[in-house]
Design a protein around this ligand. Structure first.
Ligand code: ADP
Ligand code: MG
Length: 264
């Protein structure tokens, strides 16, 4: 098979076995990623099942963002596979744009078009990527904006919204693609404290709608309440994972213990 990136195992020089259990919605298998000489992912295995809400925590620089970006191939892993709905999306024949629209991602920075209205920010992606007509796109965009509680802001310009509202527009835009899974990378980290709640509220709503989500977060109480699984990363590895309540109350590794103590 022809694959993206370098394909052989960096240590053994062998090709991957290509065996996987197709029950997961996304399966990352043996992901390695280097930036120059810096190996930032040291062989990550992660299965995301439909309906899960996976919270990824860990110190700054531990590879959380890189892992998330590898899951929808915004970064290409140097070794390993990402299986999405049974298909190896690291295969060069896969249409990356089609895959990426099914794996939504929202970042700390909202990246809205400042010169377009809130409605248009959401609708433009629906026309260009989902190929909806102008009318269909407007109807669908309104529905998504309603879902995130911004029905009153559809004609506003992004610059006139609070950070929390802008982040909700970014979420609505991603939801408009009808993704099978949503990835969130510290989406509340840049917000003033009083605006964090309204964004977490949207995530809670998505969880109760059974949206599959993987989120990198500093919001430990949110991870404990809403997460179905907690993943602790350190130095490019998954050090510990499991039930959030159990991990928070009885971490098994010294590293997670120390991380939680340092958080205060
Ligand atoms: P986290 O999200 O956990 O803070 P990152 O995945 O952003 O960690 O970063 C992991 C490591 O990879 C860090 O050492 C960071 O400096 C490095 N890194 C991330 N992105 C790049 C890049 N585009 N080029 C070079 N190094 C990068
Ligand atoms: Mg990060």
């Amino acid at each position: 098979r022809v694959r993206r990136g370098t394909s052989a195992d960096p240590k053994s020089g062998r090709w991957p076995r290509g065996e996987w259990n197709s029950s997961g919605l996304i399966q990352a298998q043996g992901l390695h990623k280097w930036f120059g000489d810096n190996e930032v992912l040291h062989g990550i295995d992660l299965t995301v099942d439909t309906g899960e809400v996976i919270a990824i925590i860990g110190p700054s620089g531990s590879g959380k963002s890189t892992l998330l970006r590898c899951l929808n191939l915004l970064e290409l892993p140097d070794y390993g596979q990402v299986i999405f709905k049974g298909q190896d999306i690291t295969d060069v024949r896969v249409d990356l744009n089609a895959v990426r629209s099914r794996i939504g991602i929202v970042f700390q920075s909202y990246n809205l078009f400042p010169h377009l209205s809130v409605l248009e920010n959401v609708a433009i992606a629906l026309r260009e990527i989902r190929k909806l007509s102008r009318r269909e796109a407007d109807v669908a965009a309104r529905a998504e904006l309603h879902r995130v509680g911004l029905q009153d802001k559809i004609d506003a310009m992004p610059g006139h919204l609070s950070g929390g509202q802008q982040q909700r527009v970014a979420i609505a835009r991603a939801l408009g693609m009808k993704p099978d899974v949503m990835l969130f990378d510290e989406i509340t980290s840049a917000l003033d404290p009083e605006l964090v709640g309204e964004v977490l509220e949207v995530l809670r709503m998505l969880a109760s709608d059974h949206m599959t989500m993987v989120l990198v977060t500093h919001e430990m109480s949110f991870a404990r309440e809403v997460g179905t699984r907690l993943v602790f990363m350190d130095d490019g590895r998954i050090v510990e994972e499991g039930d959030p309540r159990q991990l928070f109350s009885a971490p098994k590794t010294e590293r997670l213990k120390r991380f939680l103590v340092d958080l205060g």
